[in-house]
Ligand binder design. Structure first.
Ligand SMILES: NC(=O)c1ccc[n+]([C@@H]2O[C@H](COP(=O)([O-])OP(=O)(O)OC[C@H]3O[C@@H](n4cnc5c(N)ncnc54)[C@H](O)[C@@H]3O)[C@@H](O)[C@H]2O)c1
Length: 289
């Protein structure tokens, strides 16, 4: 495959996982962060995760060492100029992302494929900002990247066939099953999941059922590992509201994207889910209180 050197921008929750799986798959990886402290934290996360794989005998010490040797960190965007693929996993802010893509469009070599891990923004807008929309795709990984088997490969109307095929091959090369998606809100998975979470909230708002009964219904009735309220508490109520608000603003006539009032109220009250100790449920660490 044409991709050998991979740049990852952002070494947070998703970026560190993407960098890790790429290095383990044999790619040369350079990760860019904005501050040394963030880079150190991300790299430490990768080292810990790789060490755990050795401990569990999922990989050998030699392979782990080789993967880590293929990985380097930088604060300079210019160090990604000769990458064959750049995967962006920075903060979910479209203006910040567009500024970054404009810079990447200027500094990367002409053949570089640009990929965003965004969960909620149109890939086309970032492609246009880069000035090379035919080389832009979505590579939407799932958290935790090291464990979740799926990657959605998203093509816009302008993505070239070659770029799409290369991005898909990269997804498979890092051990994921890839699915093809068009550049629509939420792609495949979140398009179904987020409105489902919102409809569960509307059900409770109407007084049709309690959170507990909805969650029990969906776990025992469909075999889902967790119900929509537990899931929202894990994802974060603020993140869920942010996604819905963005889609609602863009597509005001779609009733599936209207943010439920109960969600707005909880976010306003600082009840953001497991991370704040309360969302739809009360939490003590990882356990329901
Ligand atoms: N968290 C999830 O479950 C999840 C799942 C799929 C996709 N995503 C998407 O992945 C992206 C990253 O999310 P996350 O949860 O990893 O966020 P995060 O906050 O954990 O990490 C983002 C990192 O990017 C860094 N950063 C910000 N601007 C930068 C820049 N210009 N250059 C380099 N680094 C920069 C920040 O310092 C931070 O470390 C978002 O677009 C999000 O929508 C998140």
């Amino acid at each position: 495959m044409a991709i050998q050197k991979v740049g990852v921008i952002g070494c947070g929750l998703m970026g560190h996982g993407i960098a890790q799986v790429a290095a383990q798959a044999g790619f040369t990886v350079v990760v860019r962060e904005t501050q040394q402290a963030f880079l150190d934290k991300g790299m430490a996360r990768i080292q810990k995760s790789v060490a755990k794989l050795v401990e569990k005998q999922k990989t050998t010490q030699a392979d782990a060492d080789a993967a880590l040797a293929r990985l380097s960190g930088t604060l300079e965007l210019g160090d990604l100029a000769d990458c064959d693929l750049v995967v962006e996993a920075i903060v979910e802010d479209l203006d910040v992302k567009k500024t970054l893509y404009a810079e990447l469009g200027k500094l990367c070599k002409p053949s570089t494929i640009l990929a965003s891990n965004t969960s909620s923004f149109p890939i086309a807008e970032m492609g246009n900002a880069s000035g090379r929309p035919e080389r832009m795709v979505g590579l939407h990984f799932f958290n935790p990247v090291q464990l979740m088997k799926l990657v959605e490969v998203v093509r816009t109307e302008k993505t070239s066939d070659e770029v799409f095929a290369e991005a898909r091959a990269f997804g498979e090369a890092v051990g994921k099953v890839s699915i093809a998606a068009k550049d629509t809100p939420g792609f495949v998975v979140n398009r179904l999941l987020v409105p489902y979470m919102a409809e569960a909230m509307r059900m409770v708002e109407r007084g049709d059922a309690t959170c507990e009964d909805v969650d029990t219904g969906m776990t025992l009735g469909t075999g889902y590992p967790m119900g929509p309220f537990t899931l929202t508490d894990y994802v974060g109520l603020d993140t869920t509201l942010f996604i819905l608000e963005g889609w609602h603003e863009r597509y005001p006539n779609d009733p599936l994207f209207v943010p439920p009032q109960i969600l707005r109220d909880k976010v306003k009250a600082g009840k953001l889910g497991r991370k704040t100790g309360e969302g739809f449920y009360k939490w003590e660490g990882d356990k329901r209180a």
